[in-house]
Ligand binder design. Structure first.
Ligand SMILES: *Cc1c(COP(=O)(O)O)cnc(C)c1O
Length: 384
């Protein structure tokens, strides 16, 4: 049956009809007053979403573009940076830093485990000469479903006093509370196809006053992603280069939806979906990759030991039109990941869990009483 596909991967995420329809228009001129009005509105609403008064800049790029912009605008060749690596995206930060010739020092944790804030504290306290220019982490590590302890790591960065805190919030923004100003986060990077409920193609960078000071002396090469250009033009509600106009229409509609739901409700919904999913997976006797205390609110990674993860994904797709994500790098074939980020409701989780039960049954896995997963998810949803 056509049009029944349910995307439950951690990006692209499902897009609401209101947002799709907002895009289905002729583009308008990006130097027009009409476009500037939209830019003013979306910028204001992006600040609301980030809980910040800092500059909020919109790039025509995927999330990695925002990550790259977050590095090249604020650092110089040979700068010493601490990078948290406990999954694919933490590793990507390190790759960007390496590509630009920074002195990259990795703080590593096993995939599936959170970064240890103590290791950051030790490295930052040992740096009495204040040579560490930035601490760079991934808040929600999408490859493993681990939520890193941004608050504690950031506290150690603040105690250091000099280093910038640069954060990938691609799968945490719009899912968990990120009070940018309260935490004094310097660079916050995110992308449209995750919590924003719009298609891929836009990314976002929030920049603090302290980061702009670093910008003034930063020497890495930059042109398209020179955020100074975006800041200057944002003051006139425009962009230095042709923006992805129709995606901005989508952004306008999506942010209006988010505002009417409210931040507290958005965070509560993601927490509820996460707890329901994890509770159901446990009731089916399947091991979870990430610990409860560090569970990402965007994605749940499951590491089945008695059924093949790829077979599960294949049956879920063929029989139920539900697309789950697989594992990346060395976790390929070993895990499957259930996305519950953005435009996802309680009903979607119940449907996915019921389908997962039927899939396990079809694959001959009988380590649970049929219905146990749905019962566990329903219990979380009704008692939340
Ligand atoms: C998706 C994602 C990105 C960005 O990836 P793109 O493919 O460039 O959009 C970055 N970090 C995390 C944690 C992600 O989940």
């Amino acid at each position: 049956m056509d049009n029944k596909l349910m995307l439950m991967i951690p990006g692209p995420t499902p897009v609401p009809e209101t947002v799709l329809l907002a895009m289905a228009k002729h583009p308008i001129g990006h130097r027009s007053g009409d476009f500037s009005e939209i830019m003013a509105e979306v910028t204001e609403n992006l600040k609301w979403l980030h809980q910040t008064q800092n500059d909020l800049l919109i790039l025509a790029a995927s999330g990695t573009g925002a990550m790259e912009a977050g590095i090249i605008n604020f650092l110089s060749p040979g700068d010493r940076v601490l990078v948290g690596c406990n999954g694919k995206f933490g590793d990507r930060w390190a790759e960007v830093c390496d590509a630009y010739g920074l002195k990259t020092e990795k703080i590593i944790a096993e995939w599936g485990k959170p970064l240890d804030p103590e290791q950051f504290r030790a490295a930052l306290e040992a740096d009495t000469a204040k040579t560490i220019r930035a601490v760079i982490i991934t808040h929600s590590e999408t490859s493993t479903g681990v939520l890193n302890d941004l608050v504690t790591i950031n506290r150690h960065v603040k105690a250091h006093g000099e280093a910038l805190i640069i954060v990938d919030t691609v799968t945490s923004l719009g899912a968990v509370n990120i009070p940018t100003d309260e935490l004094e986060l310097d660079v916050v990077a995110s992308g449209s196809q995750k919590g924003y409920m719009i298609p891929p193609g836009l990314s976002f960078v929030a920049v603090s006053a302290k980061a702009w000071q670093a910008y003034a002396t930063a020497k890495l090469p930059r042109f398209y992603f020179d955020l100074g250009k975006y800041k200057k033009d944002a003051a006139k509600n425009t962009t230095p280069f042709t923006p992805a106009i129709n995606l901005i229409f989508a952004l306008q509609a999506a942010l209006q939806m988010m505002k009417s739901e409210g931040l507290e409700n958005i965070f509560a919904r993601h927490q509820r979906l996460t707890q329901a999913t994890r509770s159901a997976v446990k009731a089916m006797g399947l091991p979870l990759l990430a610990p409860d205390e560090n569970a990402s609110f965007a994605i749940t990674a499951v590491m089945p030991d008695q059924v093949d993860a790829e077979k599960i994904r294949s049956v879920m797709k063929k029989r139920f039109d539900i697309v789950l994500a697989g594992g990346q790098d060395h976790l390929k074939g070993k895990i499957f990941r259930i996305g519950h980020l953005g435009f996802v409701s309680d009903r979607d989780i119940l449907a996915a869990i019921a389908s997962l039960e039927a899939t396990l049954q079809e694959l001959g896995y009988e380590n649970f009483a049929l219905g146990a997963g749905v019962a566990a998810a329903a219990k979380v949803i009704t008692n939340f």
